[in-house]
Write a protein that binds this ligand. Structure first.
Ligand SMILES: Cc1ncc(COP(=O)(O)O)c(C=O)c1O
Length: 388
């Protein structure tokens, strides 16, 4: 009924029709592992690993927001990635963008490589580098854009073209932008993944993941993996995430607004060596960001993530310790502002030499800008800068 409605309307109504039994507008949490069957093989749901109404509703909402044929939910972003890699077989090769989330590097290098999958890591900011690194056994290209934490962009449409010509699966980790500011399937990607832990849930109280595809057959394969491997999210976590999606549009607008103001402010400080934010005209891929990252009305949007480089680890520590609105913590995308030191936190699993080559220095800090009052955030950062 609302399939062609706007983004915010779909976030509130798709997968969320009032409960037919009671009329409840806020749907119940189907906190059950199993279901009564009417007769042998006569049921709507049989067992919650295979399917659960609350999870099903969440999947329907997310599929609609990303413009996919279906979505398949998992117990974490890494469980979602694991399902995507499990679409392949021993001997297949995946091309990854360098500088992805540290856990993506770890799951591949420490787990999937032991099962005969091969990987190489390329600078996907240059589509020509991606093309050069393709092998005869390449089956998948996996990009994160913007990357965590260096905020580098990959031109999704350009890489999708390369993938399409060779029948490769292009996977985009859209965690940083959310479908409000970036819809990779509309640019030619075949699969999108999210750590729903971040912006989609947005309240730092759930770990979750999801994969969305434009292709019914891939959705079926992922459903089979979801049911067979069993890394499923619980009903209450699905319910919380679906409730959060109702405010995704508003939250993303606020994250974007605050981050833009804060990035401009940080860029004016002589104590900061570099500010990495695609919304700044100084960002080397600002033009691509404007074109690729847009809200559903076509206005450019750059999200809530900013990285900054300070002189060294002492400056980074002094800055962080002086903050009182930003909390030193892993994760991102919640309503509250967080700060993280990638070298010792999110990216600690990447060998130091590789980290250095990626620009993840000891003075690098990543800010997840929340939706607090901007005046308080600006004051907080000023306190941090004064402590350096
Ligand atoms: C971009 C990105 N992808 C994937 C993940 C993994 O998600 P999760 O922590 O929900 O397993 C993260 C987590 O930080 C992330 O930042």
């Amino acid at each position: 009924m609302h399939k062609n409605s706007g983004f915010a309307t779909r976030a509130i109504h798709i997968g969320q029709s009032p409960d037919p039994l009671t009329g409840a507008v806020s749907l119940p949490v189907y906190q059950t592992s199993t279901f009564k069957q009417r007769d042998f093989a006569d049921f709507e749901f049989d067992y919650s690993r295979a399917d659960n109404p609350t999870r099903h509703n969440l999947e329907e909402t997310i599929a609609s927001l990303e413009g996919g044929a279906g979505a398949v939910a998992f117990g974490s972003g890494l469980a979602a990635e694991s399902a995507v890699f499990s679409l392949l077989s021993a001997g297949d090769h995946i091309l990854f963008s360098k500088n992805v989330y540290g856990g993506t590097f770890r799951i591949f290098e420490s787990v999937f490589s032991r099962f005969g999958l091969q990987a190489s890591w390329v600078d996907s900011t240059k589509p020509a580098e991606v093309e050069k690194a393709l092998r005869t056994n390449t089956k998948m290209i996996f990009v994160e854009t913007p990357t965590n934490p260096m905020m580098q962009l990959t031109d999704i449409a350009a890489v999708a073209e390369l993938a399409k010509n060779r029948k490769l699966l292009l996977v985009v980790d859209n965690t940083f932008m959310s479908p409000y500011y970036q819809r990779p399937l509309s640019l030619g990607a075949r699969l999108v993944i999210h750590s729903t832990t971040k912006y989609l849930n947005g309240h730092s109280d759930v770990i979750g993941g999801v994969v969305i595809s434009s292709d019914e057959d891939l959705v079926d394969q992922l459903r089979f993996l979801q049911m067979s491997v069993g890394a499923v999210p619980g009903p209450f976590d699905c319910w919380l995430t679906q409730r959060s999606l109702k405010t995704l549009a508003l939250r993303m607008q606020a994250h974007n607004r605050n981050a833009m103001t804060l990035a401009e402010n940080l860029a004016g400080s002589a104590k900061i060596e570099t500010v990495f934010y695609p919304g700044l005209s100084s960002h080397p891929q600002h033009d691509l960001a404007k074109q690729q990252q847009q809200d559903p009305f076509g206005n450019p949007g750059f999200g809530g993530m900013i990285s900054i480089t300070l002189k060294d680890i002492t400056a980074a520590r002094n800055f962080t310790q002086a903050l009182s609105v930003f909390t030193l913590a892993e994760s991102l995308g919640g309503v509250e502002s967080l700060i993280c030191h990638p070298a010792t936190m999110t990216h600690a699993s990447i060998p130091p030499e590789e980290r250095a080559a990626l620009g993840i220095s000891e003075g690098l800090l990543r800010l997840s800008v929340g939706i607090e009052d901007i005046g308080d955030l600006l004051q907080d950062v000023d306190r941090g800068l004064a402590a350096i």
